[in-house]
Design a protein around this ligand. Structure first.
Ligand SMILES: NC(=O)c1ccc[n+]([C@@H]2O[C@H](COP(=O)([O-])OP(=O)(O)OC[C@H]3O[C@@H](n4cnc5c(N)ncnc54)[C@H](OP(=O)(O)O)[C@@H]3O)[C@@H](O)[C@H]2O)c1
Length: 301
């Protein structure tokens, strides 16, 4: 299959590219910079210049492909509404281009805001649709293309897709602990965070490309829910700093913007995904990855 991958130069995308090549696919990655072109070429993929605001570049990539994996996202937490609008427009262009072809359109989403407080499964629908909902309601928009002859599949990732080189939520939480001199958790710290290793997530995506049916939801979740206190304890132990409970009123001053996430109880299951795809997460869990030490090395090492 000739697969058009947006976000191919990103954290998850750069692990997906070798998975796809290994499985015998041809990969064309969307690249918005010379650095991304160089990275994709070095990885054995072909680069196609373009960006999320250049919808014609998305149309051209999808048109020339046998399937699309859409991972690019503007991670600008100061303008999530704008990022959501961009996402929605991109999904619409990709979906319209693939309509009537039965080609796959896999797109990134998350398990985090579906139903805090209980274990979310693949059967749970996103609670809201429309431009004002989280991520612009792009999951429902994209899954709707299953009715238009597109094999659309939602790739819902755990909020931490971890591994060596991670620059996402967990590395931010480590950074906050370092800055504050204490490793915090909210309240009792019993709120749970699901996690998945980056290489397990990449393998799941490659399997979903081949096997997931139209309109399906798959969960990139290797661990259902790790209590936040355990995460804070490992971080505190590695940084040799105290581990403290943070009162709900102090979340913003301790954690900044990431506190809105780290205090959430958002466990999620991937049992149905594992059964559907024959996928078994095999790489280290989050605490093991934290214990491995690379989250705590200076950036130059
Ligand atoms: N990592 C996680 O823990 C996690 C958890 C849940 C959901 N997700 C979702 O999974 C997807 C992939 O995440 P990730 O961790 O791989 O993100 P990432 O490392 O930030 O990579 C984002 C990718 O999007 C590209 N991109 C950003 N803005 C763009 C634009 N305007 N035009 C074209 N490309 C653009 C980046 O290109 P450059 O390489 O040029 O910067 C990069 O390739 C995202 O939708 C993310 O929200 C991730």
């Amino acid at each position: 299959m000739r697969v058009f991958v947006t976000g191919a130069s990103g954290w998850i995308g750069s692990a997906v590219v070798p998975e796809l090549l290994e499985a015998g696919h041809e990969v064309v990655g969307l690249a918005r910079s010379d650095e991304a072109v160089a990275a994709l070429t070095a990885a054995g993929a072909t680069a196609q210049r373009g960006n999320l605001d250049d919808l014609e570049s998305l149309r051209a990539g999808a048109e020339a492909s046998d399937g699309v994996i859409h991972l690019a996202f503007k991670h600008d937490f100061s303008d999530m509404a704008g990022a959501g609008r961009t996402e929605r427009a991109a999904i619409q262009m990709l979906g319209d281009t693939l309509a009537g072809s039965d080609r796959p359109l896999l797109f990134a989403s998350g398990v985090a805001l579906i139903a805090p407080g209980r274990v979310v499964t693949e059967r749970d629908a996103a609670p809201m649709s429309g431009p004002d909902s989280p991520r612009g309601g792009s999951e429902q928009l994209a899954l709707g293309y299953a009715e238009c002859g597109v094999r659309s599949v939602s790739l819902r990732f755990a909020p931490t897709v971890h591994g060596a080189g991670d620059h996402g939520f967990i590395s931010r939480i480590v950074g906050v602990a370092r800055e504050k001199g204490t490793s915090g958790y909210v309240g009792q710290g019993s709120n749970r965070w699901p996690a998945v290793h980056r290489l397990d997530a990449a393998h799941m995506i490659a399997l979903a490309l081949e096997k997931a049916p139209a309109g399906s939801v798959v969960h990139g979740v290797g661990e259902e829910g790790i209590p936040a206190r355990r995460i804070a304890e490992v971080i505190g132990s590695r940084l040799h700093i105290p581990v403290t409970s943070v009162a709900p009123d102090d979340i913003a001053s301790q954690f900044g913007w990431i506190g809105a996430f780290f205090g959430l109880d958002i466990p999620a299951s991937s049992t149905l995904t594992q059964e559907m795809l024959g996928w078994t997460p095999a790489h280290p869990g989050l605490l093991e990855d934290l214990e491995a030490g690379y989250y705590f090395r200076p950036a130059s090492q």
